[in-house]
Design a binder for this molecule. Sequence first.
Ligand SMILES: [Zn+2]
Length: 113
Amino acid sequence: MEELIQLTPLCSGALHQQYLRCGKSNCRCHDKKSPQPHGPYFLWARRINGKQVNRTLRPGAKLDRVREGILNYERMQRLLDQLVRAEESRILEDEEFTKDPGKKNFKPRSRRH
Ligand SMILES: [Zn+2]
């Protein structure tokens, strides 16, 4: 659990690298022979209450934090999975412990139709 709390920064979603064309038709990004689109920009897409929310980020400290946050989010999910598996097996062990040996001869009742 301590490991979970130490995961910061924490960001959901994913980053997509993009190169964009601007509105100026005489710009290098519209060059017919060798177009040089602007970028890279990074689209940070995440879901909030079921709705996709996009933010465009340029390379820099903020982008680095988001990237690190997404990696931490994946780590958090793995840790959470481990925690859930451990809790589940603990429940199953408890069940094993309280199991009535007489139940081995238990016959299932005929199901109603
Ligand atoms: Zn341009």
